[in-house]
Ligand binder design. Structure first.
Ligand SMILES: *Cc1c(COP(=O)(O)O)cnc(C)c1O
Length: 426
């Protein structure tokens, strides 16, 4: 479908390594012996410059809930680009997108747009600290909130392999506390005696950067209660789950309303975007309404705004039910296949998120996830890749289904997975 380059992935990677650190622009994209280079994507299919096509369950690590190049999004963006790509003055689309987000996301009454999820969590932490007058923040081992200093403590995603990056002064992260997901006692202990120094708990309602770990029964309700009792702000990092689990994200799906939410990935409709949203009372502290500084040359740029808005317009209840159905079918199918095999495994994920862990025990937190057989996982990854299925090249990422997938794709994926899994042990 797409024309490849004269150079194949292997040569392109050699060339890339001379000018891009590690040959890629973001760490997780690199895998051995070399990543494939994209020639193009359409719907749920991603094509390489080597002329191979893949059913895509990576979907750019989450944003592409409508698949690649949805015609309506492409058309809306083309129309916008003709009229300019960024203005430096406000444009009406920003209001419309904010209104749409407020309409869907329970805790949102006001929105600040920025350019990435990283920026959104950075702003959320600053706002929480300013609002509460406290410095300490709590995150979970294995949660990923972007690549900025304050949150790169026991992180997930590409950093799960080498946590706690050099170059971050100890002083910068001395106020970043970590604890164990799904463990109420550990949280109670942490807050005990220190509760009045903690500005916020920052949590991925479904941990999506250490594979895929769901919150256990009422764990999010517990976080809601414990934060309220201690005047701590509860921040849901919904950069993955926002507009994915449901129109209102995880806070709708699990019926727990946080104080603030960070959004990214899907909200930009395939273009760079991040957003911070919450109640007026807190959000009005952001400059220029208030004094908490946040700014960006490309904030609310009309291209990302247009793509995001069109994407949210297309996403409807029928799509969410269909995504849920495909996810359940795929997870049940994988469990069926694996139950016939001599492998230790867990199949995880809600709605259109999924992952296999090659481990014996249920995965409830970071430590459990780290017990998985990552070598076996990479064999599984390469087996799928050889047969035309692309999932993220890491045990510690999450796989996604898009609205462009159909049951037929899911069923052929299960057939391919059966072949791969049956050959894994030898
Ligand atoms: C991807 C991600 C981020 C960072 O978003 P970027 O746009 O990559 O900066 C933050 N939080 C979560 C939960 C993410 O999955």
């Amino acid at each position: 479908m797409f024309r490849g380059s004269i150079m194949k992935s292997k040569e392109l990677f050699e060339r890339a390594q001379r000018v891009l650190p590690g040959g890629v622009s973001s760490p997780v994209r690199r895998f051995d012996p070399h990543p494939f280079f994209a020639a193009g994507g359409k719907g749920c299919i991603l094509e390489s410059v080597d002329g191979k096509s893949y059913i895509d369950y990576c979907l750019a690590y989450g944003p592409l809930i409508l698949g690649h190049a949805h015609p309506r999004v492409v058309e809306a963006v083309e129309r916008q680009i003709e009229r300019g790509t960024t203005y430096g003055v406000p444009s009406e689309g920003e209001i419309e997108l904010a209104e749409t987000i407020i309409d869907r996301v329970p805790c949102a009454e006001m929105v600040r747009f920025m350019n990435s999820g990283t920026e959104a969590t950075m702003a959320a932490v600053r706002l929480a600290r300013a609002y509460t007058g406290r410095d300490k923040i709590v995150k979970f081992e294995g949660s990923y909130h972007g690549a900025h200093d304050y949150v790169l403590v026991k992180p997930g995603s590409g950093a799960a392999a080498a946590p706690d990056s050099p170059g971050i002064p100890e002083d910068t992260v001395k106020n970043t506390l970590t604890t164990v997901f799904n463990d109420e006692e550990a949280m109670v202990e942490l807050i005990d005696g220190m509760g009045d120094e903690i500005a916020c708990i920052l949590v991925e309602p479904v941990m999506g950067n250490i594979g895929c770990i769901e919150p256990e029964n009422a764990y999010l309700n517990f976080l809601r209660d414990v934060t309220r009792e201690n005047d701590i702000l509860l921040i849901f990092d919904e950069v993955i789950t926002g507009f994915r689990l449901a129109a209102g994200g995880a806070q709708e799906y699990y019926r727990v309303k946080p104080d603030l939410v960070t959004l990214g990935k899907i909200v930009g409709g395939g273009f760079p975007m991040g957003a911070l949203a919450g109640p007026r009372q807190i959000m009005e502290n952001i400059a220029p309404a208030g004094s908490v500084y946040q700014a960006g040359t490309f904030n609310g740029n009309p291209v990302s705004v247009t793509a995001g808005l069109e994407t949210l317009k297309i996403l409807d209840d029928k799509m969410y039910s269909s995504l849920e159905r495909m996810g359940s079918h795929l997870r049940a199918g994988l469990r069926d296949l694996l139950s016939d095999m001599d492998l230790e495994y867990q199949v995880a994920g809600p709605a259109s998120m999924f992952q296999i862990y090659f481990t014996e025990d249920e995965v409830r937190n970071y430590a459990d996830a780290k017990k998985s057989d990552t070598e076996l996982f990479m064999k599984y990854f390469h087996g799928l890749l050889e047969r035309g299925v692309f999932i993220p090249p890491s045990q510690f990422e999450c796989c996604f289904i898009s609205a462009a997938h159909e049951m037929d794709h899911i069923n052929s994926t299960l057939e391919i997975a059966e072949d791969v899994l049956s050959h894994l042990k030898n």
